[in-house]
Ligand binder design. Structure first.
Ligand code: M6R
Length: 364
């Protein structure tokens, strides 16, 4: 049941801290505080590149995985949505690593992409929530997201669990490739182990998120902005808003705004930005300044280290705990999903069963 929550989505949002913790329990050895992945029939040290593919929210998780694998493991990564990947016929080196991400393990396009990668002798590693699924049976390795059943059509906890697995995969790959030393691994693992309690702290921002929701609920269009690993977080926020509140939202890499979408900005198009204090904070803030100068209303998700500077320009903000840059996209996802939820509640939509959508998309 819903355990007293209004919707499954609300219940599942509150499970973020738990599922991040459960997923880490599977992949981190508590004694050595190192990542331990199951045995694999191939060697992560010798894969020449990775190909990541998925649909919807799972694709955005994969995009964050790309930033991590490139930056930390120095592994070249190609990524595309599964419905494009399956027909793109990209030239692939056999022995590459195929990373498939899916909550259900049954999504038709992702399954077809899996099969086309396998035909090209790519090693298939799937990150799945349903471990008894069609994709699981066709994969060389399955890394489970220990999120439990997700009922709400809009994915929430499965997404942060996917990110947790991708983070661990990145650490293991980096170690194997010699791009991360012991001290480096310890710091990243410590940041991950700290996440469940930081994620629980996010729920103290409920009032601020509901205040933002009242502004967003009045809008016809909303622009979501972020840079680096916060760009896919913005995409996730925009998808969730569209899905359950039926408000048009678009996500842009903040630096790309002046190449077009800035012409949209006026008082009627709220700007939701994800801007924690990471190395891209200053760049993001200057993009937000540009939007504000054109009359944009800024609703900003930041953290304790960014709060002073954000408060000088934002109409409203949500201040999360400051965490290591590596895990910031995991933490920052939670409030953007909560915002979409609160907007949908204000709009009175069928939150758990939005129109025209199915939980698992088993047709092309
Ligand atoms: O089961 P999957 O993870 O393969 O599903 C992929 C997408 O259909 C899914 O993430 C969809 O975008 C969600 N409704 C997003 O909230």
């Amino acid at each position: 049941g819903k355990d007293g929550y209004r919707h499954y989505m609300e219940k599942e949002l509150h499970e973020h801290p738990l599922v991040i913790g459960q997923t880490l329990q599977r992949l981190v050895d508590p004694a050595s505080r190192t990542v331990v992945l199951p045995d694999m029939p191939f060697d992560l040290a010798s894969v020449p590149r990775a190909v990541i593919t998925a649909c919807g929210s799972a694709f955005y998780a994969g995009m964050i995985g790309r930033y991590w694998l490139e930056d930390i493991a120095r592994l070249p990564v190609d990524i595309d949505v599964a419905s494009e990947m399956r027909y793109r016929n990209p030239p692939l080196t056999s022995g590459s690593l195929g990373v498939l991400v899916s909550q259900s393990g049954e999504t038709a396009d992702t399954l077809a992409a899996l099969r086309s990668l396998r035909e090209k002798a790519v090693h298939i590693l799937s990150i799945l929530n349903v471990e008894q699924s069609t994709m699981a049976r066709e994969s060389a390795v399955v890394l489970g997201t220990v999120a439990g059943p997700e009922i709400s059509v809009a994915s929430t906890k499965a997404f942060t669990a996917q990110l947790t697995v991708l983070a661990c995969l990145t650490i293991a790959t980096a170690r194997a490739r010699g791009t991360l030393d012991t001290a480096g691994e310890e710091a990243l693992v410590a940041a991950l182990l700290d996440l469940p309690s930081r994620a629980a702290d996010v729920f103290t921002s409920g009032d601020a998120i509901r205040r933002m929701a009242r502004v967003v609920a009045e809008a016809r269009d909303v622009l979501y902005l972020g840079r680096g690993s916060m760009f896919p977080v913005a995409m996730e926020g925009a998808l969730k808003l569209k899905e359950i509140s039926y408000i048009h939202a678009e996500a842009y890499a903040a630096g790309e705004m002046k190449h077009g979408p800035i012409s949209l900005i006026d008082r009627t198009v709220p700007i939701v930005a994800s801007a924690p204090y990471t190395p891209l904070f200053d760049k993001t803030l200057s993009n937000l300044q540009e939007a504000k100068a054109r009359g944009g209303r800024l609703l900003v998700f930041t953290d304790t280290k960014g709060a002073d500077r954000v408060s000088a320009i934002a109409e409203d903000m949500v201040v999360l705990p400051h965490v290591h840059d590596f895990v910031a996209p995991i933490l920052q996802t939670i409030p953007v999903q909560m915002l979409a939820y609160e907007v949908a509640v204000l709009k009175g939509t069928d939150v758990d069963q939005p129109r025209n959508l199915a939980k698992s998309v088993t047709v092309e």
